[in-house]
Design a protein around this ligand. Structure first.
Ligand SMILES: [Zn+2]
Length: 98
């Protein structure tokens, strides 16, 4: 059983990371930012878990023939994963805004 750490989800660092993770996966970030994210992920389980699910989503999308996945469905999946290509308005998980 893991000890509960109150208020972790409120980390501003994590929110900033979530917005960058898709670029991180694609290798679009510069080396220093990559290293920064990597070291944060090392000590942050929620971020690590989110990265894994995002990676899995990207893999599924890459393996699925485009013909079977219309563009709007693709976008919908990416949006659900918190990863909108070219978008800057992705809301990080844990902060649902209306
Ligand atoms: Zn984190």
């Amino acid at each position: 059983m893991s000890e509960a750490r109150a208020g972790h989800g409120a980390h501003a660092r994590c929110k900033a990371l979530f917005e960058r993770l898709s670029e991180y996966i694609d290798g679009e970030l510069d080396a220093s930012l990559c290293a920064e994210i990597g070291s944060h992920l090392d000590g942050c389980d929620p971020c690590k878990a989110f990265l894994e699910s995002l990676r899995r989503t990207v893999l599924i999308l890459e393996r699925t023939p485009a013909a079977r996945l219309p563009e709007d469905v693709r976008a919908e999946i990416l949006r659900a994963a918190g990863c909108i290509p070219g978008g800057r308005s992705a809301s990080p998980p844990g902060e649902v805004r209306k």
